[in-house]
Design a protein around this ligand. Structure first.
Ligand code: PFF
Length: 450
């Protein structure tokens, strides 16, 4: 029977779309800069540990609930609830998730706009248009606003095309390009003077810093942000997967691709920082802390590219183009969360829903830009560091305690008839019931005590 809802047409398409959502600014802008300022390899180890032990099980909870319910997070959590109270809590969790997804998009579009502006700056450099390049790379309200709006327009354009024509088609084109460009850039950067020092920082753990207060919460937030968890994105993508797919395997592949790209981006950004340092660019304060974490790659990398002469312009173009692509495959997944809800729950057609929601989010981004110092960091911390893990905690409780275990097993059997004999089924249910919620709470309790 033809499904009235959108569905991914192939496994490759789904993996590209879900990995496209997961791989984004979090991997290439967020993770490497956090690793650089939090003990290098030590942060890497904590992040890897949390990604495999907490984020992967939480991702599976979202994918399984999503595919079972074939619906957005709000109605999916209601569907699997056995009584009224749990239905309301589930619906409420879904609604908070879609609000958080929208706020994430509101800051994400700003950062993605910077990427786009720097990408264009490489072209104006080539054309010898110095004044235009300066406007594109200097931090100003007009530049930030214009490029946030362009980026939002691109996101709106893709999402209004729907699942197969929009999300799947674009993710399958853009993701392989992203991976290829990243690998080429890493190879290039590693041949430059100073790169080995960066590699040393990245690969030799400084355990004293790994145990520093707040680091585990940061790494947890980074892992949940990186896998797009808690806000219903992965649940929605799960709802578009066909019943033939073996969910633990595709979820595992998505996790692996995401983690590999974050780790790979570390091989680019950390060595690049030290190459820049080697050629006289300041990246540390006198106290040894990194300068301006949020904008680090926008200060360090352009200087690095400048120092490479004409080749630097090409490298800059590729790098910022790649970042824009990575951001776009993630932003479409964020916008799909409120859009799918509005279409499915309120019967609105896709195009008007996308336009109205996109415009509202652009308005929120404008408010953030007008109050940048006060709001930008705050919105990032509240949405990614706190809301995402706590919402992930709720999804684990719903998958582990609220949803009937037999229905859950039946859902998994669809793509893998012998799943109850697999290691996944031996470990995951108990894991998502007890281990994940407990550890998430413990990490939060520890951060409150600090
Ligand atoms: N995972 C994306 C990244 O690493 O950049 C960010 C993200 C996408 C967060 C989608 C939340 C979301 F719903």
């Amino acid at each position: 029977m033809a499904s009235p809802r959108g569905e991914f047409s192939s496994r490759f398409g789904f993996i590209m779309a879900a990995a496209g959502s997961a791989v984004g600014l979090g991997n290439i802008w967020g993770f490497p800069t956090q690793a650089a300022s939090n003990g290098g390899a030590a942060f890497l180890l904590v992040y890897l540990f949390l990604a495999f032990t907490l984020a992967y099980p939480a991702l599976m909870a979202e994918l399984i609930i999503g595919r079972h319910a074939h619906a957005n997070a709000v109605s999916a959590l209601r569907q699997i609830s056995p009584n009224r109270v749990l239905r309301s809590i589930g619906g409420g969790t879904g609604v908070i998730g879609l609000v958080v997804a929208s706020f994430i998009l509101s800051f994400y579009a700003i950062v993605a706009g910077w990427m786009l502006a720097h990408c264009l700056a490489a072209l104006t450099d080539l054309a010898g248009m110095g004044a235009a390049s300066d406007w594109l790379t200097d931090f100003s309200f007009s530049r930030n606003l214009v490029f946030m709006l362009i980026f939002m327009a691109l996101t709106v354009g893709i999402i209004s095309e729907g699942v197969q024509q929009g999300i799947e088609r674009w993710s399958s084109r853009l993701m392989p390009l992203l991976l290829l460009s990243l690998v080429l850039l890493v190879i290039y950067v590693l041949t430059l003077d100073g790169a080995m020092e960066g590699l040393r920082v990245y690969l030799l753990p400084d355990f004293e810093r790994a145990l520093a207060p707040g680091l585990i919460v940061k790494a947890l937030g980074a892992a949940f942000f990186s896998l797009s968890l808690g806000v219903g994105t992965m649940l929605i993508y799960g709802s578009y997967i066909s019943d033939r797919e073996n969910l633990p395997v595709v979820g595992g592949l998505v996790t692996l691709v995401d983690i590999c790209i974050a780790v790979l981006a570390g091989f680019l950004v950390l060595p690049a920082m030290y190459v820049a340092l080697n050629s006289g660019v300041e990246i540390f304060t006198a106290g040894g802390a990194l300068i301006s974490e949020d904008t680090l790659i926008f200060t360090v990398l352009p200087k690095l590219f400048d120092s490479m002469g004409l080749a630097g312009i090409g490298v800059s173009l590729v790098f910022f183009f790649l970042m824009t692509i990575a951001a776009l495959t993630s932003s479409i997944s964020m916008l799909e969360v409120p859009v799918a809800y509005t279409i499915e729950e309120h019967g609105v057609a896709r195009k008007p829903a996308v336009l109205v929601i996109g415009a509202t989010i652009a308005l929120v981004s404008t408010v953030i830009l007008l109050n940048f110092e006060a709001l930008f960091g705050l919105v990032i911390a509240v949405t990614t560091r706190y809301s995402q893990p706590l919402l992930g905690f709720m999804f684990c409780l719903y998958a582990g305690w609220v949803w009937h275990r037999d229905t859950l097993l039946q859902e998994l059997r669809k793509g893998n008839a012998g799943v109850e004999h697999s290691l996944f089924w031996k470990l995951w249910p108990g894991y998502v019931r007890v281990f994940c919620p407990l550890i998430i709470l413990l990490i939060f309790a520890q951060s409150l005590l600090e």
